[in-house]
Ligand binder design. Structure first.
Ligand SMILES: C[S@@+](CC[C@H](N)C(=O)[O-])C[C@H]1O[C@@H](n2cnc3c(N)ncnc32)[C@H](O)[C@@H]1O
Length: 276
């Protein structure tokens, strides 16, 4: 089933968490000269027009990038993401929002590489048009759950895998866990970021516990839950489990949770769910 289109959700609060964590993790990897690979298993189209009728219909971006867009980017934790968004909207009106591939492309060096996997034919076509021509980018039309293994371990032996399924199908939860276990078995030293929605706190807690029970060490979990459970609230928030976070990334993420939590106190948190 390929009903999911991220344009309806682009720039929402879950994207802010995901993309802020992504920028901070990439920045941490960029501190060393050695080249690395960025692998995006569920890449989407690469960028989004917020004046698209589908984005306007849900208006979800108002509660995400709309909230932070006009804020002074004094908070270091959000500044790298906000500066990419500002560069995409040079006339000062918010009309474009970057997808994960564009964020990575803006940060990577010529010596680094990207692999972008996308299953939806329309989104894959957009991705291929925007990124397919670059020599250091491989754009693949395929099922990430089948295809990721072909890229692991990468020859660079350094890099980051973003796993960002839509979770429209219940099976995505199990498949994401299995994908992570298989990927980690092939490449234990890679950095992995797995995004998950928080539809109910209990279900999210069980998902995090299931990941912790895999035996994979060094799992850091960050969550941002701007909405309390209640009528009309579908997505309370989201979280990310990071495997092998680079040195001191936990400090940067602690700062991020403070920035995000400043608007809605007590609704963001960071914890090691599996220690070293
Ligand atoms: C949440 S969106 C990705 C957003 C993107 N990572 C970003 O941050 O801009 C999930 C994407 O996964 C794609 N998708 C769904 N199932 C897939 C699969 N089995 N393999 C690869 N892509 C898939 C969807 O078409 C959708 O574009």
């Amino acid at each position: 089933m390929l009903g999911y289109r991220h344009i309806f959700h682009a720039g929402n609060h879950a994207d802010i968490l995901k993309h802020a964590v992504l920028t901070l993790t990439l920045q941490a990897l960029l501190r060393k000269d050695k080249p690395f690979v960025y692998i995006d298993t569920h890449a989407g189209p690469g960028r989004y027009a917020l004046d698209d009728v589908r984005a306007l219909r849900t208006g979800e971006f108002q509660d995400g990038i709309g909230r932070w867009w006009s804020a002074t980017p004094s908070a270091a934790a959000l500044a790298p993401l906000l500066s990419i968004v500002h560069a995409l909207n040079p006339d000062g009106s918010l009309r474009h929002y970057p997808g994960s591939p564009l964020i990575a492309q803006r940060l990577l060096r010529p010596s680094d590489r990207m692999v972008l996997i996308e299953l939806h034919p329309t989104d894959h076509q957009a991705l291929n048009l925007a990124f397919g021509g670059a020599s250091a980018v491989k754009v693949e039309h395929g099922d990430a759950f089948e295809r990721l293994k072909a890229y692991l371990p990468p020859p660079e032996r350094r890099g980051l895998v973003l796993i960002d399924p839509p979770y429209e199908l219940k099976s995505d939860y199990s498949r994401a866990v299995e994908l992570l276990v298989d990927a980690h078995r092939r490449w234990a030293t890679g950095v992995y970021l797995l995004w998950f929605p928080v539809l109910s706190r209990l279900a999210a807690q069980r998902f995090v516990e299931r990941l912790a029970a895999t035996g994979i060490p060094r799992q850091l979990c960050v969550e941002y839950l701007p909405h309390a459970e209640g009528p009309g609230v579908n997505l309370q928030g989201s979280g990310m489990v990071l495997i092998n976070p680079p040195f001191k990334l936990d400090v940067a993420l602690a700062a991020l949770t403070l920035v995000l939590g400043a608007a809605v106190p007590g609704r963001s948190r960071l914890r090691w769910t599996v220690p070293e």
